[in-house]
Write a protein that binds this ligand. Structure first.
Ligand code: HEC
Length: 140
């Protein structure tokens, strides 16, 4: 038993050697999405940690294995949708992203694993509807 704990402790320490990067590229306000204040606030509270270059890195983002998970979420999240690089998308891409927002904000976003640690990111059903209406995507 003692030995198992020792091995786990060593393993945990070794895991810390695998570092991840926590980079927030510079914010260019001109590229940021322009939405009404209430929508913008919801995006900032619920989406920006993974979908912007304004990530709020929590202290546990320094501790493996959480650091690995968080770094992956942010990397993939920024790649899929970046609210702070919105104006870099062309019209076709924007329309595709708006549709994706319409679809995901119904339930799958923000990621449930994230919501578990971020109460402030929870969106009510009504708030989700407000965002969906704002996207301008028609119900089909
Ligand atoms: C904890 C991190 C995290 C948060 C917070 C988060 N997302 Fe995501 N989101 C991701 C990741 C990771 C992906 C990429 C998934 C993939 O590539 O399979 C993604 C993908 C997406 C996509 C693209 C889906 C597609 O099929 O093209 C949209 C749209 C999206 N998120 C919207 C949102 C919105 C809106 C919010 C806030 C209400 C939000 N996300 C909050 C991590 C997050």
């Amino acid at each position: 038993m003692k030995r198992a704990i020792l091995i786990l402790a060593i393993l945990f320490i070794c895991m810390q050697l695998i570092q991840t990067e926590q980079i927030n590229p510079k914010l260019d306000k001109n590229l940021e999405i322009k939405a009404p204040q209430n929508i913008q606030t919801m995006f900032k509270n619920a989406c920006y940690d993974c979908h912007s270059n304004q990530t709020n890195w929590p202290y546990y983002a320094n501790i493996a294995p959480f650091s690995w998970i968080i770094a992956r979420h942010v990397k993939q999240g920024r790649k899929a949708l970046d609210f702070t690089a919105w104006e870099n998308y062309d019209e076709k891409e924007k329309s595709k992203k708006l549709k994706a927002i319409y679809r995901t904000v119904y339930g799958s976003m923000p990621l449930p694993a994230y919501e578990a640690f971020h109460e402030e990111a929870e969106l009510s059903k009504e708030e989700r509807e407000v965002i969906r209406t704002w996207t301008g995507v028609r119900r089909f």
